[in-house]
Design a protein around this ligand. Structure first.
Ligand code: ZN
Length: 155
């Protein structure tokens, strides 16, 4: 690549970052069971691809204390395995202190175990996920209407 081309790329990048206003998007998810895994990959992809970000990261963050967001495979057997392991590691109503006031300590503890956000690289304007990787929202105390924040950040 010639020096002149490099110079143009730098100028374009400079402009992109100078005038880029970070945007926050909200995904609303209506769950239908107490525990449920919802694939939100396409909804996040739509947001990311609507933005003028060539390279960056997408933050996907759930705003609740009894939900989680993970990246993994959306396969029905695996999703059942995840729920079984959660029940095994953190059984329901096992004498938790929080159950005295809210009766959902298992939901909080499972949410802590799984985590409340993921960060996905954006490469060439697209979510840079592996072949089998999907963004999964995990409801742990539904059914409810939930909100997930998506923030697209150039870097
Ligand atoms: Zn609670």
């Amino acid at each position: 690549m010639k020096f002149k081309d490099n110079q143009n790329i730098l100028e374009n990048y400079g402009k992109r970052y100078l005038f880029f206003i970070p945007k926050v998007f909200m995904i609303e998810i209506k769950t239908s069971k107490r525990i449920e895994i919802v694939d939100i990959t396409e909804r996040v992809r739509e947001i990311v691809e609507s933005q003028d970000v060539v390279d960056g990261i997408a933050l996907v963050y759930t705003k609740h204390t009894t939900t989680a967001v993970v990246v993994n495979e959306n396969e029905s057997g695996l999703k059942e395995d995840i729920l079984k392991v959660l029940e095994k590691l953190i059984p329901s109503r096992a004498g938790y202190m929080h159950d005295r006031i809210d009766n959902n300590a298992d939901s909080h503890l499972r949410a802590i175990l799984m985590g409340n956000s993921v960060v996905i690289p954006i490469t060439n304007g697209k979510l840079d996920l592996g072949t089998w990787q999907r963004i999964l929202f995990v409801e742990l105390d539904g059914p409810r209407v939930r909100r997930v924040v998506v923030k697209v950040i150039p870097c």
